[in-house]
Design a protein around this ligand. Structure first.
Ligand SMILES: [Zn+2]
Ligand SMILES: [Zn+2]
Length: 308
């Protein structure tokens, strides 16, 4: 598989019929499912207040997605160009954003404002509702460039939530056939972002196959197993689990680049949802941190300085 990927040149990236399905776009009910999962996980969890807040936020994301206006998107010529050159069609860092993402943010903020929010979150929401266009665009640029460390931890989930809705809207409106494989296997073929985690699918033709899940647009793309998503090394790969776990969640680490990515094994628990279950297993991140390994991709609801 590794050798095959290296000999594929630009223009030869389309997979022949019958090969592994390489892309699953997010469903239009993504955020409703995430909200449900967050509520389930929040019960009795040490981070229950934060997970419950994110459930409200996911509800608001679903409302914003359901009401999203039709956008102008790349035409078939541009789609073919990006496929032929192995470029992400909706590249997060360079895509000229439509102001509709800010209207989506406004909608999200107004909906969560109606809930019984903690005082700090209420203040953050009010602040963002009054922020100017330039200030919001600057925040978006920083999130999409991966500059999360200096970002306000309170604001991050809300601004990131609106960007997720915008990218999910665009990806699902274009459809799977618009996108092609990239030469770099560890970044999203739709938007070029890093994955939050990976899943090992259960059932159907994709039984036992590993897909990486985009931190921004929630697209899942195929990557062979036992391979580092960060540096694509197939040597020095180890698996780590928390003591007493049922093996549904493992961290796949790489000795070559010292990165790791969590994997969720859906045959152990089919209800797992990447973003929600990643947040609910932050103790595994602490374990990996103690091992000297760094995350191979972000969760936009987890500030590098700590949750919330
Ligand atoms: Zn993506
Ligand atoms: Zn690596």
């Amino acid at each position: 598989m590794n050798t095959e990927a290296r000999i594929l040149g630009p223009g030869q990236m389309e997979s022949p019929a019958g090969e592994i399905r390489f892309l699953f776009l997010p469903g239009r009910d993504l955020f409703a499912r995430r909200a449900e999962r967050l509520r389930l996980l929040s019960a009795g969890h040490p981070l229950r207040d934060y997970l419950a807040l994110l459930a409200l936020l996911a509800d608001a994301q679903q409302v914003a997605l359901d009401g999203f206006p039709t956008l102008s998107l790349p035409d078939p010529g541009e789609q073919a160009f990006c496929r032929e050159h192995g470029m992400p069609l909706l590249a997060a860092r360079s895509w000229p954003r439509d102001s509709a993402w800010r209207a989506g943010l406004d909608r999200i903020l107004r909906q969560v404002q109606e809930a019984d929010l903690p005082a700090a979150a209420r203040e953050t929401v009010a602040g963002l509702l009054h922020a100017g266009e330039d200030a919001l665009e600057e925040r978006a640029d920083r999130i999409l460039a991966g500059e999360l460390a200096g970002f306000s931890p309170g604001e991050l989930p809300f601004v990131a939530a609106a960007l997720q809705v915008y990218w999910v809207q665009m990806a699902s409106a274009l459809g799977e056939q618009a996108f092609g494989r990239l030469e770099e296997g560890g970044i999203c073929p739709v938007c070029g972002s890093y994955p939050t985690a990976g899943i090992v699918r259960s059932g159907g033709a994709e039984q036992g196959l590993r897909y990486l899940c985009c931190s921004l647009c929630a697209t899942q793309w195929h990557m062979v197993r036992i391979k580092c998503s960060n540096c694509e090394s197939t040597q020095g790969i180890d698996y780590h689990t928390l003591e007493g776990s049922n093996g549904a969640v493992k961290a796949e680490s790489c000795d070559n680049c010292d990165a790791y990515l969590k994997l969720f094994y859906l045959d152990k628990d089919s209800r797992m949802e990447t973003v929600a279950d990643d947040l609910a297993t932050l103790t595994l991140d602490m374990l990996m941190d103690a091992e000297g390994k760094a995350r191979g991709g972000p969760n936009l609801f987890f500030h590098p300085g700590g949750a919330g």
